[in-house]
Design a protein around this ligand. Structure first.
Ligand SMILES: O=C(O)c1ccccc1NCC(=O)[C@H](O)[C@H](O)COP(=O)(O)O
Length: 220
């Protein structure tokens, strides 16, 4: 059985990057949305990413950014993939990804009225739009766009889609094992649940989170 990949998002400090890498995170997320308390500048991200070892992916996260803003980040920070977390159209995502030559995750912000058919349709639309589309990241719809620590109903995720999605939104050390067992997603993503304060991660919580995912992967 495939092991569940892990993304730790909203990193702003070198010690938190190190903690996530040491805990076995597969991907590290850096937020370039100025209104976020986890926002980093391109220069800050470049310094943080320079400490990331091989085989750990770096994700640059944007909310309704212009192509020039994304280009500026790409020039300063060696991120491996994009995450579009705003109101971008699929075509806008595809165009920006092509301009910087990086694969992208498209975020679907799940509302109470969202259906499984909506999720499958969105994935099909993205796959048709760009060979650079990698996966949907499913988060809870909030006005602040993301990083809110809010959970959506995982039952909405079709079983056929689950192995291709990144499950996000309000996960914690205590809930992630149940999420993995129920959904069996390709990956899980977390920000608030491993923090001491917004933008300040807690190494012990990061360790506990990745450990809980590993135990769930092995049937515990
Ligand atoms: O983290 C933020 O501050 C943020 C702000 C605006 C858009 C997206 C943001 N984070 C994106 C992520 O991928 C988060 O990990 C995801 O929303 C889950 O966050 P949480 O519910 O706090 O685990």
């Amino acid at each position: 059985m495939q092991r569940t990949r892990i993304k730790i998002c909203g990193l702003t400090r070198p010690e938190d990057v190190q903690a996530a890498v040491s805990a076995g995170a597969d991907a590290l997320g850096f937020v370039f949305y100025p209104k976020s308390p986890r926002h980093v500048t391109p220069a800050q991200a470049g310094a943080l990413m320079s400490a990331v070892p091989p085989f750990v992916s770096t994700v640059a996260l944007f909310v309704n950014a212009s192509i020039d803003e994304v280009r500026a980040v790409a020039a300063a920070a060696p991120f491996a993939q994009l995450q579009f977390h705003g109101d971008e159209t699929v075509d806008e995502c595809a165009a920006i990804a092509a301009a910087v030559g990086r694969p992208f995750m498209r975020v679907f912000r799940v509302r109470p009225e969202t259906t499984g058919a909506d999720l499958l349709a969105e994935e099909a639309l993205c796959r048709a739009a760009s060979p650079l589309f990698s996966s949907l990241l499913l988060d809870t719809f909030v006005d602040a766009y993301g990083g809110a620590g809010k959970v959506f109903d995982w039952a909405v995720i079709p079983a056929e889609l689950a192995p291709r999605v990144v499950l996000s939104g309000g996960l914690t050390v205590d809930t992630v094992a149940g999420a993995v067992r129920q959904v069996r997603p390709y990956a899980v993503d977390i920000s608030s649940g491993v923090e001491q304060a917004k933008g300040v991660k807690d190494p012990a919580k990061i360790d506990a989170f990745t450990g809980a995912v590993r135990l769930a992967d092995h049937g515990a």
